[in-house]
Design a protein around this ligand. Sequence first.
Ligand SMILES: Cc1cc2nc3c(=O)[nH]c(=O)nc-3n(C[C@H](O)[C@H](O)[C@H](O)COP(=O)(O)OP(=O)(O)OC[C@H]3O[C@@H](n4cnc5c(N)ncnc54)[C@H](O)[C@@H]3O)c2cc1C
Length: 387
Amino acid sequence: MATTSCDVAIVGAGLGGCFLALLLARRGRSVVVIEQGPSIPAAGADFLKPPGLRVLARHGLAGLVARHGLRRDLIRYYHDGDPIQDCRFPEGGFLIRPYRELVELIHARCVAEGVEFRFGTAIGDIAVSGDGGGIEELALADGTRLRAGAVVGADGTRSAVREALGIGQLTLPYERLVMRVTTVPLAASVARLNRLYFSSDGWLAYFYPLGPEQARVFVGLPPECDEEVFQDGIPTLADELKKFVTESSDAFDSLQPATWQRIKISAMRVPAYHRGNAALLGSAAFACHPMTGMGMSYTLRDAEILADVIGAADGDRELLDRLMHLRYEPRRHAHRRLIDYGDALAATFHDRDAYLAAFREDLHTQGESTEPVVAARVPAPPPLQPV
Ligand SMILES: Cc1cc2nc3c(=O)[nH]c(=O)nc-3n(C[C@H](O)[C@H](O)[C@H](O)COP(=O)(O)OP(=O)(O)OC[C@H]3O[C@@H](n4cnc5c(N)ncnc54)[C@H](O)[C@@H]3O)c2cc1C
């Protein structure tokens, strides 16, 4: 069986994996990205908020990603049909761009910098060193073996790297919320403004443009309504939406029954982000409620820190372990605050005042905060157990 080696192996070619690969390749490191899918993943987020845009700008990528994206600077929130709040984004606002397009741009830059991508290649076996030193070797499903000075698991919520490292996770599904998403022709109300509606009954509907012709509609609803509504068809869905969607009804006409994709959403916390020479990045490390709209921004910042740490260690595994402890592990605190914030929003749908008290405009527009989230009604999560 052939064995090859590289400075850094990254598992997963999503936003986290591709951006980290680019930063490391620019520092002269040899990087191999292993992706089980045939290409860049299609499913992911559409919104890149100002903190993420600032990270890309620091690396000369802001112009590239913004060129064909759509800029918006306002989200209007509605509760039980009433407008309750405008969230304004200063300095050019945020960017709407479908996930795959965004990641493909970064992937193209990676290829130009010499990063090797192995698509359609899953991980077979992961050889972990017994002393907590991390990962020795990756056996790939194509029969080759890969040895790397550092390994990064950017392989999503079911991370094989995390499992091999013996790092547990606590996943708490948002049990009262099933998400559905579809793409529709752009209606005039959606072209004018991003509107996010939610209701005391636990429903959510978000309408936003994807470009000059198309729009995305996200609907979140309690599980018992999901079966009923999507079995009975679009007239039933429109009737339900009319109860709390007050200024986007022109988009109802284009809702089609067959095109709704179901998405499961959960909060996920893990107790450690690295072992020795191996680290977790992006959805392998944390997941939060999508109403925060911040997963990509934090992941980009995390990749920036990881690239600095791996670059500074310069192949010295002991130093890499120490720098991970000092500089990368503290990211868990920032993520915990973000997850707590998402939980606080999710827990206050039924109570407008509580929602407004929990809402943190600064977290959406400015980025990371060091303040704890104030949400008296949100139960503390149970202690973390490896699963
Ligand atoms: C419904 C929803 C809405 C969201 N909205 C927003 C938003 O508006 N703004 C925002 O900033 N964030 C949002 N997020 C979060 C955002 O999508 C994530 O933060 C981001 O996609 C993380 O990227 P990633 O690189 O970690 O993972 P992913 O994009 O999940 O990539 C992981 C990759 O690893 C590959 N992989 C998995 N296992 C293996 C294996 N064993 N071997 C090889 N490859 C493997 C997968 O095929 C995949 O390509 C949202 C998330 C959800 C669920």
